[in-house]
Design a protein around this ligand. Structure first.
Ligand SMILES: Nc1ncnc2c1ncn2[C@@H]1O[C@H](COP(=O)(O)OP(=O)(O)O)[C@@H](O)[C@H]1O
Ligand SMILES: CSC[C@H]1O[C@H](OP(=O)(O)O)[C@H](O)[C@@H]1O
Length: 403
């Protein structure tokens, strides 16, 4: 069974049964393919006798959401499994345990997190996650600091840049996030009701200037080893636990991209609250929870990253020069704000949307949410290089929602 081919559920059961020491003898294995993402197969395998379970994620040689006309490297499975293992060391407890990686089959066998819920679904259901800001800020601060030139041997880092070169997955981001939404691209997909708003994006040269600068950073700034796709669909949560999955877009890029992804997806849910919380007072409360989370994520990240730098900084001149740390952190904030804006805009007019907005059943409410998201996204992009505090992001979202 070792030559690559997409597995059937029966084959997945056979492989799971042959994993040494995982399932007890006589296990009654059952399997369901549960992949709901854009790219891969995900098999959930359980033993109905012992209750033990695991996940097997297999890369397809094309982008599942589009089909075989969009070929995609299987090497992304290696990148995902290696990144998960590294994240497990740098941020223990915040990612699933990897049991096995099979290069031939582009297959990662990992811990089953079905006792958690995908955060996007949890937020849509109106659940609050009190541990999330603390956990995700630990995850991003530690995984980014210890893979950057500030926190690891700079020669080793260059070798790590090489190991995580991920050109095909980066190209998806470069096109879908930093190009298509700003032109009449065949990849775009949006509600006809917001045609005017989409066309306005195509014609706004001031916006294009900022997006071109952010795109340049994504293309060239090998600051740290990113997760690369840190949206709320890549985070499993319970009120007491956070687990980050799906790092197949990992590569060496600008730190603000991961932070911006978290902020963007909290604000997409903020826009979607036009529907998800019908009562106006309760909607205000949930939106406040979301903006409080945005504030906490940034402030905790800032505090933890600075503390890691103080304690473990390896770059003498970066650590000792007065003012450099403040300048660096402010630049990260500005980058995060700009990238958050780009990530919001792509989810409204580009390929691959989010259910926080698309599942709003009433067309007029959905249109309102889409326009609100676009106002927030474009304002973040236009203001990114002026931003001095996370409070400005929150004010901007609240002011857009109050109109
Ligand atoms: N470790 C896991 N435990 C339980 N379910 C998982 C796990 N990993 C993935 N899944 C399920 O599979 C879905 C798709 O996984 P994901 O890694 O996001 O795939 P893709 O790369 O195709 O987006 C998730 O939304 C989740 O429902
Ligand atoms: C053609 S890939 C589109 C989109 O899908 C990825 O998300 P996920 O793997 O979580 O489904 C990524 O965000 C890409 O931009």
């Amino acid at each position: 069974m070792s030559a690559y081919h997409p597995l059937t559920e029966q084959e997945a059961i056979q492989i799971a049964g042959s994993l040494e020491g995982f399932f007890p003898a006589g296990a009654a294995l059952q399997c369901r393919e549960i992949g709901d993402g854009n790219l891969n197969l995900v098999f959930h395998i359980t033993d109905s006798i012992s209750g033990k379970s695991l996940i097997m994620k297999q890369a397809l040689p094309y982008a599942k959401v589009v089909g075989e006309s969009w070929p995609l490297t299987l090497d992304r499975a290696r990148i995902e499994s290696e990144k998960l293992l590294l994240e497990g060391k740098l941020a223990p407890g915040l990612v699933p345990v990897v049991y096995k990686y099979d290069a031939e089959l582009a297959l990662t066998v990992m811990e089953d997190l079905s006792d958690h819920i995908i955060m996007r679904q949890g937020l849509i259901a109106g659940t609050r996650y009190p541990k999330f800001a603390d956990d995700i800020s630990t995850f991003i601060a530690r995984t980014l600091f210890f893979t950057s030139d500030l926190g690891m041997n700079q020669q080793d880092k260059k070798m790590q840049v090489k190991a995580f070169i991920n050109p095909e997955l980066c190209k998806i981001t470069e096109d879908l996030i930093f190009d298509d939404p700003y032109t009449n691209s065949p990849n775009n997909s949006f509600d006809p009701a917001i045609q005017d708003a989409a066309e306005a994006l195509w014609q706004d040269n001031g916006l294009h200037f900022e997006v071109a600068l952010l795109r340049e950073k994504f293309l060239t700034n090998a600051q740290a080893l990113l997760h690369g796709d840190l949206h709320t669909g890549s985070v499993f949560v319970t009120p007491a636990s956070t687990k980050v999955i799906d790092p197949e877009f990992a590569y060496y890029g600008p730190i603000g991209f991961d932070i911006g992804a978290v902020i963007a997806n909290l604000l997409l849910n903020f826009a979607g609250q036009e529907h998800w919380t019908a009562d106006a007072d309760q909607r205000g409360d949930f939106r406040r929870y979301l903006t409080d989370t945005v504030r906490d994520v940034w402030n905790l990240f800032d505090k933890k990253f600075r503390a890691l730098w103080d304690e473990h900084g390896l770059d003498r001149i970066a650590s000792e020069t007065p003012g450099y740390k403040d300048y660096y952190m402010n630049r990260l904030l500005q980058d995060a704000v700009g990238f958050a804006g780009c990530k919001i805009v792509r989810r409204i007019v580009g390929l691959s949307h989010v259910i926080d907005i698309d599942r709003i059943p009433d067309a007029a409410v959905r249109e309102k949410a889409q326009r609100l998201a676009l106002t927030i996204g474009t304002s973040l992009i236009l203001n990114n290089r002026k931003t001095q505090s996370i409070e400005e992001v929150i004010e901007l979202a609240n002011s857009a929602a109050s109109k």
